[in-house]
Design a protein around this ligand. Structure first.
Ligand SMILES: *Cc1c(COP(=O)(O)O)cnc(C)c1O
Length: 411
């Protein structure tokens, strides 16, 4: 019996299995792809499971720092042992309550998306008698080939329009309660080919250097973004970036030589590359039916459990792929929800299946549970089993509370 069959038998389905050995492997691999001394932020939104987050702190490279965007993510990061002072707090809609909580907890570094966001962080920091550090998230011109401070990019809730920076810089650097410490770029996600990733970094590094020289952008800290790719819900390997380390080093030496002395700290960030390949979803075949010549295999896991964001076009797959698929049959893999949208693979080559079979959907360690509409149709959350090789570390299920909690302010 395979390890997964055994886990499915013991804990039922649908069940996610995350292997910490694989988390550690991806973590160490990504550090090894980056020049020495780079910081790496783990974006908790990819998988906020506490045991997974905790694993990011390990390794010879000194471990990841946490990138968080809510009180919930910050609470998990703290419980997982991350130092709040080392976290990067991001997001376009930071509320007063969240900022209060974050600064009281010791968070000091914020990525800010606008002048008003920066002022908001500063005002809350002043209430706590501290000075927060801000990285200006910059909304650049899309397309890595162009440079030039005055060029226009696309409108976005993310980042400060780069062409407004020359005029804005003196205002940004004099906001009380907050010190501009550098810049944050996050311009691409899931870049499968190394050339486009490198072209983007070249653009970002050159642009940051230009901003520093020409308009006095403070640059103690430069987060050049991420974009490291990993397959989602289909078999495959993480993308390979064999030239990244060498070429990134050359780019930095050319444009920001002071990175060598540590005067400029460099960082990258990732979610999917770090955790995507560590997770497998085990799901069971509940029923099989034929309809007008087509076969429908009905699973106990649907978009409530996996790939939920693909429904709103944010994530890739319209089709999941199962491990060991020999393509011996043709049919649709569908979930149990009462919506035709709950289709995981439509009219695809699938294995020959019977009721009770367990399927393995690989590469779902990122954007699985956290990115799926768990509450839709009221099924229980999937079980999450964390293993390290053959050893079981924890077994849990998210309590998303189907019961309604009264709101105190009412009545
Ligand atoms: C979501 C997000 C990430 C992680 O993206 P991946 O594609 O999962 O690596 C990193 N940084 C920021 C600012 C994000 O919003």
């Amino acid at each position: 019996m395979s390890r997964y069959t055994e886990l499915a038998e013991r804990f039922g389905t649908p069940t996610y299995v995350y292997d910490l050995d694989q988390v550690a492997e991806a973590r160490d691999e990504l550090f090894s792809l980056l020049p020495e001394g780079f910081e790496l932020f783990y974006a908790l939104k990819a998988n906020p499971h506490m045991d997974v987050a905790r694993e990011m702190r390990g390794g010879d490279a000194g471990g990841c720092r946490a990138e968080i965007s809510s009180t919930g993510e910050l609470s998990i990061a703290i419980a997982a042992g991350f130092d709040p002072a080392e976290c990067l707090y991001t997001g376009p809609g930071k509320t007063d309550g969240e900022l209060d909580f974050a600064i009281a907890a010791g968070v000091r570094m914020f990525s800010v998306e606008s002048l008003s966001d920066l002022r908001h962080v500063g005002a809350v920091a002043m209430r706590h008698n501290v000075v927060a550090k801000a990285l200006l998230r910059i909304n650049t011109v899309s397309g890595s080939a162009q440079t030039g401070i005055r060029m226009m990019g696309r409108p976005s809730q993310f980042g400060i329009d780069s062409e407004t920076l020359p005029e804005l810089m003196p205002v940004l650097t004099s906001v009380p309660g907050v010190r501009v410490a550098g810049a944050h770029f996050f311009t691409m996600s899931n870049a499968k080919d190394e050339a486009s990733l490198l072209a983007e970094y070249e653009y970002v590094i050159e642009f940051a250097a230009q901003l520093q020289q020409e308009i006095g952008l403070p640059l103690e800290f430069l987060d050049i973004g991420g974009g490291f790719s990993s397959p989602y819900a289909v078999p495959g390997e993480r993308a390979a970036y064999s030239k990244l380390r060498v070429e990134l080093t050359q780019l930095l030496d050319l444009h920001l030589p002071r990175w060598r002395t540590g005067e400029i700290k460099l960082a990258c960030e990732s979610g999917r590359y770090l955790v995507g390949s560590s997770g497998v979803l085990l799901c069971g075949v509940v029923n099989i039916k034929e309809s007008r010549g087509s076969k429908f295999v009905i699973l106990d896991a649907g978009i409530n459990v996996v790939g939920g964001l693909s429904g709103i076009g944010r994530l890739l797959p319209a089709t999941i792929g199962v491990t060991g698929n020999d393509g011996s049959d043709v049919g649709s893999l569908v979930g149990p929800l009462c919506t035709p949208g709950d289709t995981l693979a439509k009219g695809a080559k699938i294995p020959t299946l019977s009721v009770g079979d367990v399927l393995e959907i690989p590469n779902v360690g990122a954007y699985g549970v956290t990115a799926s509409p768990l509450g839709f149709l009221g099924r229980p959350a999937p079980t999450e089993v964390v293993v390290r090789g053959d050893e079981i570390i924890s077994v849990s299920r998210l309590d998303y509370r189907r019961a309604y909690e009264p709101v105190e302010a009412y009545g």
